[in-house]
Design a protein around this ligand. Sequence first.
Ligand SMILES: [Zn+2]
Length: 164
Amino acid sequence: MTELHPEVADLDPRLVALSEQAFDLAGVDVVVNTHLHFDHCGGNHLFPGRPFYVQRQELEDARTEDDYTIRDWVDAPGVRYEPVDGELELLPGLRLVPAPGHTRGLQVVVVETGGRPVVVGGDVAVRFGELDEPRTEGQLRVRALEPELVWLAHEHEPWRPRTV
Ligand SMILES: [Zn+2]
């Protein structure tokens, strides 16, 4: 998110906009949205003209369902989506994998490392406990990948499977 919005003021978000951080916006060639809740697409406008990879289901839901997101942020000026149907190898060793649950069209990013994969999970789980005891199709799919670790959007450390 780069700005506040009356619809989400009650969440009291604290903003440190990416455009105000030491981050090379021009160095980003491709954007992946795990899903399009407002707190996951509020910075899309920072990357006009770049391809945004998102599941087609997610894009449809964000554009049509009420109280789903902030639609102006989804279709901000210059944002160009590349709808994806199912799994996609976006780059060698980097693939998009549908992981429904939190939203119907959520996807995660799976990065092959040579060992066990690393997963960028977005909100596939909002808290660690949800991956410890997976319930949704998406959480079960992530666990089945036997990842080394999973980055979640709302946790500051990666989740790791408990060693047995
Ligand atoms: Zn979300």
